[in-house]
Structures are given as C-alpha cells and as structure tokens.
Design a binder for this molecule. Structure first.
Ligand code: CA
Length: 225
C-alpha cells in the first residue's frame, strides 16, 4: 500500500512515516504542495495524508484539485486547526477523514487502515486452495484463473469456508455469520447459497458433512469426486 504523506513538520512527518512503515506500508513523504502534485501525477498512490498549513499553500487547494479531476483517492487530513468550521470545510472539500494534531500514531494507523478498507478494500489476504483463488480485498474469486461472479452472501460463505479450510463449519455457525438474523433451522437459504456456489465454482469444492455442516478440503482425497 502506497501512501503519500504531505507534511512540513519534520518531527511529526518522521513519526508518521515510521509508524506506517512499521505496518508494512510504503510512504512517500513530501513537505510542499508542489512536490505532492508531482508525486500524484507520476506515481500510483493509494491514500493521501494531507497537512493543511504547508509552506507553499493550503492543503485544501490540493484536495479541491484532486476532486475536481474526479480523483476519488482517499484523503485523510492532518491538521492543528481544530475549529469546527475548519473540520467541516475539510470534509466538504472532499476529505474522507480528519485528524486533529496532536494525535496518537496508533490511532492514525488504525484510521488509515479503516479508510483503505472502506475505499479500496486494500487490506485483506489472497487465499489459494486447490484451483481456487479468493481475494478478500477485491472480493474476487477465480477458478482455474477464470473470474467467477458471486453474490455478497455467496462470497462471504466461501470466504469463511476457505479461511478455515480443513475444518467443518456447522450450519448454525455459517447461518449466523452469513445470513441476516441467522434464520434458524427451518430455513434452506444456506443450502441455496451452497448449491449456487457449487454451480459456480465446481461441485467438488465444498464437501457436505451430513448432519453437521460443510468443509473445504485443502487436498482432495484420492477417489473423491
Ligand atoms: Ca504544517
């Protein structure tokens, strides 16, 4: 994950950079709006952390230009201005979130993660089992490198089974996690989802354990369908 940090305060900038790099994020740190514009034009960023009071202008100007160009890049404003009016101005200008200095670096890191999840879903694993690849971040599923269209419930169901592969997940657990309100014993919604999944990803991928639930096996036993 590439983060553009626009901050002219050396101590704060350095602290933020180190905190994010500790989380495995790549940080490009610039101190002026002009440099920030160059980085935005020339490289792929996933998220911008933007100070407002910068040596060559107000960060809001940069934000406004981004939004005018229909750029939906997530922007989190870091600023010492805590007046309500300024907060509203920043959010109206298209900021996704706002942090008032001084702030705890741990909170910044968690807001960055939340923002990334919300905006691009950048946080998440890629799970591979047998011929199936599931990208949590993009909610994409591929079977033999062929993309498969799943509904949100189908995806969530498959994600749970794949994440806990080789363990039998009970019907009840799956219903509670995936179906609204859990639905209970009388419902066959879970079976409908499983049957749709089997149609889409191949019938042998999810194994039924009679009377208990379902399991995805990492390795298929010889002779199994
Ligand atoms: Ca500043």
């Amino acid at each position: 994950m590439n983060i553009l940090l626009v901050e002219d305060d050396l101590e704060l900038g350095n602290g933020v950079r180190i905190a994010l790099e500790d989380q495995g994020m790549h940080v490009t740190w610039v101190r002026r709006i002009q440099e920030a514009s160059q980085v935005l034009e020339s490289s792929a960023c996933d998220l911008v952390l933007l100070d407002l009071g910068l040596p060559d202008g107000d960060g809001i100007g940069l934000l406004t230009r981004l939004r005018r160009n229909q750029d939906a890049m997530p922007v989190l404003i870091l600023t010492a201005r805590d007046a309500l009016q300024d907060r509203l101005g920043g959010l109206d200008g298209g900021a996704d979130d706002y942090m008032v200095k001084p702030f705890a670096l741990a909170e910044l890191v968690s807001r960055v993660r939340a923002l990334a999840r919300r905006s691009y879903g950048l946080i998440g694993e890629t799970l591979v089992i047998r011929n199936l690849t599931l990208h949590e971040a993009t909610m994409r599923v591929m079977v033999d490198a062929r993309p498969v269209e799943l509904s949100k419930s189908e995806f969530e169901l498959l994600r749970l089974l794949v994440k806990r592969a080789d363990r039998v997940l009970t019907r009840r657990m799956l219903e509670e996690q995936v179906l609204p309100g859990g639905l209970g014993n009388e419902s066959n919604v879970l079976d409908v989802h499983i049957s749709n999944l089997r149609r889409k990803i191949g019938s042998g991928f999810i194994r039924t354990v009679r009377g208990v639930g379902f399991v995805v096996d990492r390795v298929v036993a010889e002779g199994a369908p």
